[in-house]
Write a protein that binds this ligand. Structure first.
Ligand code: SAM
Length: 203
């Protein structure tokens, strides 16, 4: 049974590679799961499930953790449902098939994990920070956007990619200037931002 779990995770990763589905890198997953354990996170709201890989890895690292995750791509959502069933995590992972920007979530979460359309990060942050507990965290993946954020923009040929890189830079400025949070960007995986919500009235 234990071996079966690892075999299933391996299959999910292989499916992601074969179908060019972007999932978190191993060092990013290690960071996220260690963070969840260290901060005793009880529930996570994830924006961008893809095929359920990160939601599954987060659930497996902490036996009582609950994850709510939103995905707008139907094929990926259906694959995520299958994967979550295979790992028997249906009672701990709630999948929502919708555009996150059109989704209203009730309740509070210790951790909001943003891993969806990179150009929309500010919108996701502003929409879902209302779901964050005091002292909770917003974690955002791909802050380096495959290293392109550190490149001279003139070297980036695609106009579309240049636009995304600019939006990520705007997001970094937004996080740094946001007095309600302390943000650190870690040089792990593809760059991971951790924004800790300051306790009300405190610093
Ligand atoms: N967190 C996943 C993992 O590591 O296993 C990977 C997520 S992948 C990088 C980003 C996903 O976000 C894609 O599957 C994409 O369809 C989804 N997405 C992008 N914008 C979205 C939106 N506005 N609402 C819901 N899902 C969105």
């Amino acid at each position: 049974m234990v071996n079966n779990k690892y075999a299933l995770i391996k299959e999910i990763k292989e499916y992601a590679i074969d179908n060019k589905i972007p999932i978190m890198r191993q060092d990013g997953i290690d960071f996220l799961t260690t963070f969840i354990i260290k901060h005793q996170v009880k529930n996570v709201l994830e924006i961008g499930s893809a095929i359920g890989y990160s939601a599954i890895m987060m659930s497996l690292c902490s036996p009582n953790l609950k994850v709510t995750t939103i995905e707008r791509d139907e094929e990926r959502y259906l694959e995520a449902i299958k994967n979550i069933k295979k790992l028997k995590l249906e009672d701990r992972i709630t999948l929502i098939f919708n555009d996150a920007l059109k989704t209203k979530i009730e309740g509070k979460y210790d951790l909001v994990f943003i891993d969806a359309a990179k150009a929309q990060n500010i919108k996701f942050f502003e929409l879902f920070e209302r779901n964050l507990t005091d002292g909770g965290f917003i974690i955002t993946d791909n802050m380096y956007f495959h290293g392109l954020v550190h490149k001279n923009e003139k070297e980036i040929k695609s106009r579309n990619v240049r636009g995304i890189v600019r939006k990520i830079k705007d997001y970094i400025t937004f996080l740094k200037n946001n007095d309600n949070y302390n943000t650190t960007i870690y040089d792990i995986g593809d760059g991971i931002a951790v924004s800790e919500k300051k306790a009300r009235g405190g610093s």
